[in-house]
Design a protein around this ligand. Structure first.
Ligand code: ADP
Ligand code: MG
Length: 624
């Protein structure tokens, strides 16, 4: 540092330009973004992008938009020169992608640029060449309506920046992600993308987002996606999102747009995560394409020079809007709403509110409460002909008896597999012994458990649910929680195949943490002395052999093979379809399921339960 303070001076134009360029032009993808947004602003129906070395050597964007008049060409490359706004007030209501009038100037100051353009009414197009911000050639040139801009040797005059560029491959990936976003937001535009002489995208104009998504993300993903939409107070959101059965290990395939600009907004990502939170396993992410439309005055796009960040003024409202759009559109539910529900307890004649009244007043009050209860529980007209105490009256008998039986099976059925049973149906009410405080469970086809929830009913898949429980339990034990081992009375001697031996050797530590005690027993055989205590049935060792079969020759990294081990264990140890369950077993299974953090899906992402809402039932019975 010099001793004397240095003089302050105003930087020259070229230096200012290069500093400004650093904000807009970060890498080839940001150049492509600016050029393509200009093409879209110019009304292009067809846009083609060509890359060499991921855009580091050169990149070209060609469009059939309205073009730039020859005389205006130099102006387009001047800083703060734009055709899109006139005054600062226009910024708040701007409908185009661009408005800062900076991009072309910035790009031209750090690269060699060639632009050829023609407007519809001109006889001839024009060409302009700029190097490091200096115009070096300007002459008439033939072309059709539209604009072609080629940017070569990006950062040739700012070597420090050039050094920060990643590999051509990484730059190409960034460009492709960007173009995927822009192509999703503009399905009716034709896109052609080539890199290193190879065609990467050739997208015909699509008539819907679904068609465009199919072309870009693949038909298999889209088959697992559903539409969602929601609108409130001038804000709206719509798009496509994957069902919980289709998830990915990262957020790469979450595309969020605000007024058709691709954005990165923490609140919106959070809204997506929360909508799915209870439906998909931790660490997994849905595929989402969401378009948020907000009034121009509610969003500030002028936060970041490249406009990839936006500030949403009503963040909380928008958060709720997006979250509930997804929850409703995808049928994602909160686990809380899907818990078995006992119904309200029936009015209790012994309750203080009745007991402390003079007898005839108490009787009247109680009768009203009971009527009310029936109306609520057995829907409209429920009280017709049904009496709480003693004998049902009139035609209510049929209805009443069935209702009684249904209510009394609550927690009472003991016969496996055969639905309500166990407790004898008594005539008295509410004097019957069956408690009203447990939700009833039935097993259907020895495969599904059916029970009532607050808003309707659920069918629970006994195998998928048990898989979820076992998976989480085993995961906890691998995480060091430890798990009790149950010593076998007669240790089991198992002969293994070479693949099983390999699988056992590479998972020995994990199997031990899960509660298996296994020792080598000479040759290809092992001796199993203990198994996880929670295991109901290990089929004389078949369970372990099945798991080792699944893992044979598996040489994935340990993180992934642990997941495979857990999934295989959960799958083989879980109760199967076709196995009878007693009511206490069903109750237990459902309680444990809801005690996990992912009660709505099994480890493979399949649903554990399906819900039928009262609304759906009413519709199907023609009550709606
Ligand atoms: P901005 O987009 O913010 O206006 P730019 O520097 O990106 O600023 O572009 C400057 C001007 O050049 C634009 O306002 C537009 O008039 C013109 N322009 C740039 N690219 C194109 C194109 N592909 N087609 C037609 N006009 C263009
Ligand atoms: Mg622009």
């Amino acid at each position: 540092m010099a001793e004397e303070p240095r003089r302050i001076r105003v930087l020259d134009g070229a230096t200012i330009d290069r500093i400004a360029a650093g904000e807009v032009v970060e890498r080839p993808a940001s150049v492509v973004k600016e050029l393509v947004e200009n093409s879209l602003d110019a009304g292009a129906r067809q846009i083609s992008v060509t890359l060499e070395d991921g855009g580091l050597t050169s990149l070209t964007v060609d469009d059939d938009g309205h073009g730039v008049p020859f005389r205006d060409l130099p102006l387009a490359f001047e800083r703060h020169a734009t055709s899109k706004i006139i005054t600062a007030a226009d910024i708040m209501s701007v409908g185009s992608f661009g408005f800062r009038g900076e991009a072309l100037a910035s790009i031209a100051s750090v690269a060699r640029v060639r632009c050829v353009s023609r407007t519809a009414d001109a006889d001839m197009g024009g060409m302009l060449e700029i190097e490091g911000g200096e115009i070096i050639r300007r002459e008439p040139a033939p072309r059709n309506r539209g604009t072609t801009i080629t940017v070569s040797d990006l950062f040739y005059n700012t070597p420090a920046r050039r050094k920060f560029m990643k590999t051509a491959q990484a730059e190409k990936r960034a460009v492709m992600r960007l173009l995927t976003q822009l192509a999703l937001a503009n399905p009716d535009t034709r896109w052609l993308v080539r890199a290193e002489g190879e065609t990467l995208l050739d997208l015909r104009p699509a008539s819907s987002l679904t068609d465009r998504a199919r072309d870009l993300l693949g038909a298999s993903v889209v088959a697992h996606m559903a539409r969602f939409e929601n609108a409130k107070g001038g804000f709206s959101v719509s798009g496509l999102a994957s069902r919980p059965t289709w998830t990915r290990g990262n957020r790469e395939q979450q595309y969020v747009f605000v007024n058709r600009r691709p954005v990165d907004n923490a609140a919106l990502s959070q809204a997506i995560a929360q909508a799915y939170r209870e439906s998909i396993p931790a660490g997994r992410h849905a595929v989402v394409i969401a378009f948020l439309q907000v009034p121009a005055g509610e969003v500030d796009v002028n936060v970041h020079p490249a406009k990839t960040e936006v500030r949403l003024l009503l963040e909380r409202e928008i958060f709720g809007l997006v979250k509930s759009a997804l929850v409703d559109g995808l049928g994602l539910r909160r686990a809380e709403d899907l818990r078995p529900w006992t119904g309200d307890p029936a009015p209790d004649p012994e309750a203080p509110e009745f007991r402390n009244l003079p007898p005839h007043e108490a009787a009247e009050r109680l009768a009203r409460a009971q009527d009310d209860y029936l109306r609520r529980h057995f829907q409209r007209g429920g009280s017709a002909g049904f009496e709480f105490r003693g004998v049902p009256r009139g035609q209510g008998e049929l209805f009443g008896a069935a209702a009684l039986r249904a209510q009394q099976s609550a927690g009472g059925a003991t016969e496996p597999g055969d639905g309500p049973g166990g407790h004898a149906v008594t005539d008295g009410w509410p004097g019957a012994e069956a408690p009203l405080h447990a939700a009833p469970f039935w097993q259907l086809h020895r495969t599904y458990i059916v029970t009532q929830i607050r808003g309707g009913l659920v069918l629970i898949d006994q195998h998928n649910s048990h898989e979820r429980i076992l998976y989480n339990e085993a995961q906890r034990s691998l995480g060091g929680a430890g798990v009790p081992t149950q010593q076998l009375l007669f240790p089991a001697h198992l002969e293994l195949t070479p693949g099983q031996v390999q699988a056992w050797q590479s998972h020995a530590g994990q199997l031990q943490a899960m509660g298996f005690t296994i020792e080598p027993f000479g040759g290809q055989s092992i001796l199993v002395q203990g198994v996880p205590a929670s295991l109901k049935n290990w089929n004389e060792g078949r369970l372990l052999l099945d798991i080792l079969d699944d893992l044979a020759w598996d040489d994935k990294p340990s993180q992934e093979n642990q997941v495979d081990l857990l999934a295989s264990y959960a799958c083989h140890a879980a109760v199967r379809a076709g196995e009878p369950l007693t009511v206490p077993e069903m109750q237990n299974l459902v309680d444990q399921l809801f005690a996990t953090d992912q009660p709505l899906s099994c480890p493979h992402g399949r649903p554990t339960l399906i819900q039928f809402t009262l609304g759906e039932l009413e519709k199907r019975f023609g009550r709606a």
